[in-house]
Design a protein around this ligand. Structure first.
Ligand code: PLP
Length: 461
């Protein structure tokens, strides 16, 4: 944490403490040398990590929290509020309501019901739990959840937990839900809810939400939008037309999940679920004989499946939104736009390389994947692993992903016509989610190219 932030934190801590100055002093016990030694050990152990905050880390979905989020979280920890009930966190519950309203407003919802959660998985679980109760089939059996084969793996598992049938809808050649197949499934009347992913985890593809919304003219089903990763891109002004059209349809969803701990500059432990119809709150109704005493106002635990939740998460999110409001053209939006630009530029660079093979479609958001040129998918997979390791030696940290060869042009391999399009190939993958990635792109490309040269030169001819 930069020194400036420690100073700001100390000053704001003094202000917070003044609020309790009427109480008799109750100083914390001194930490002493033992604590200092332990913290040194902790710091040393934590060196065993990839440098997630640095732009040369361009691997998985990892983005450092904004310094103001760190400071606000740390400040809130001196109170350690619990946003389950107003008894446990009055100010932080109010801040959660405001922070969640800012997210709903970003999606142009005039009213909503929603709250923060521990992450995207739990937020999706709540959305599908509600969906399962509101979308039974005519014969009374639970209706199925349908999601694309590129949707997050937890949707299948969550459906299992909820006792709901799950159907994976194949994706098309660009990784978006195949609408012809979706429509044939909807015609069976077995689907109660379609999970539409705006920003799939592996490749950042954006399902055509606008066209799926249009299908509701012919079929009855709920739409849950999993925008855990991509939701904030609704603020970006540089998306391709079809991607923009999908984001513009988001207000038609029944529920939305967005993760401030992915693109919203928050520490882990901050997901969010939103429902368009506030009346779904009735499904959460429960009695808690131990809580809900201090106020007749809404306790967030009354509209959440989780009980205790970190009030500090709400405080950190609220503070970050004050500094970086969700405004098109604002600093926060420009950061997302630069990630998309970086992905397009990297794809162009890779498409001109003698070593790499790019998919037949451009990145829709800021996630990009590519294969290594080789005679067969197996040989390509082995080379991808070697280049991944070689790049790491040059301090460039990428990711790997297994994806079907059908994402690449058909003539990419020897005897391509004999290869099953579903054959999995290990690809290199990069999530360019830090705004600085664009500035660092030349460094990234130089290191990646050097790693590829080193591996190709080591192959005996
Ligand atoms: C699209 C999508 N949905 C859901 C999740 C699960 O979110 P979490 O890891 O916060 O539980 C992820 C995580 O990567 C995701 O990318």
């Amino acid at each position: 944490m930069p020194d400036e932030l420690f100073k700001l934190l100390a000053a704001s801590q003094r202000t917070l403490d003044k609020g309790f100055a009427n109480l008799p002093p109750n100083p914390s016990p001194p930490l002493g040398k033992a604590a200092s030694d332990i913290l040194q050990k902790v710091a040393t152990r934590l060196q065993d990590n990839y440098p997630y905050a640095h732009p040369l880390y361009a691997g998985q979905m990892l983005k450092p929290p904004h310094p103001i989020a760190r400071a606000a979280y740390a400040l809130a920890l001196s109170v350690n509020p619990n946003n389950h009930a107003l008894d446990g966190g009055r100010a932080s519950s109010a801040m959660e309501i405001e922070a969640v309203a800012a997210l709903a407003e970003m999606f142009h919802w005039p009213q909503h019901l929603g709250h923060l959660s521990s992450g995207g998985t739990f937020a999706n679980l709540e959305a599908l739990w509600v969906a399962g109760q509101l979308a039974p089939t005519e014969d009374g059996l639970p209706s199925a959840i349908a999601a694309s084969d590129q949707a997050h793996y937890t949707h299948n598992r969550i459906s299992g937990v909820l006792g709901l049938p799950f159907i994976a809808v194949p994706s098309d050649e660009s990784g978006r839900m195949d609408l012809t197949i979706l429509e044939s499934l909807l015609a069976t009347d077995k689907i109660g809810t379609v999970v539409v992913t705006l920003g799939t985890t592996a490749i950042g593809s954006v399902d055509p939400l606008d066209e799926i919304v249009a299908l509701r003219k012919r079929y009855k089903f709920r739409i849950h939008v999993d925008a855990a990763y991509g939701g904030y891109f609704t603020l970006a002004a540089n998306l391709a037309l079809e991607t923009r059209a999908a984001f513009d349809a988001i207000s038609h969803a029944d529920s939305i999940v967005i993760d401030p701990h992915k693109h919203g500059l928050q520490p882990y432990g901050c997901g969010c679920v939103l429902f368009r119809d506030p009346a779904v709150g009735r499904l959460y109704k429960h009695d808690s004989p131990y809580t809900y005493f201090s106020s007749r106002d809404l306790h967030l635990g009354e509209i959440s499946l989780e009980c205790s939740r970190a009030g500090a998460s709400a405080v950190a999110l609220w503070a970050t939104q004050q500094l970086l409001p969700y405004a098109p053209g604002g600093t926060f939006a420009l950061g997302l736009e630069s990630g998309h630009t970086a992905a397009l530029k990297l794809q162009k660079h890779l498409s001109e390389s003698p070593y790499f093979l790019t998919p037949g479609f451009p990145p829709q958001l800021d996630i990009i994947f590519w294969a290594v040129r080789a005679d067969t998918p197996d040989a390509s997979s082995a080379l991808a692993q070697r280049i991944f390791d070689e790049a790491a030696k040059r301090d460039l940290h990428l990711a790997l992903a297994k994806l079907p060869v059908r994402f690449f042009p058909q003539n990419s391999w020897q005897n391509s016509h004999q290869i099953d399009p579903q054959t999995q190939i290990t690809c290199l993958r990069s999530v360019l989610m830090k705004p600085e990635h664009l500035l660092w792109l030349d460094h990234l490309c130089q290191r990646l190219d050097a790693a590829a040269v080193a591996i190709f030169e080591s192959i005996p001819r």
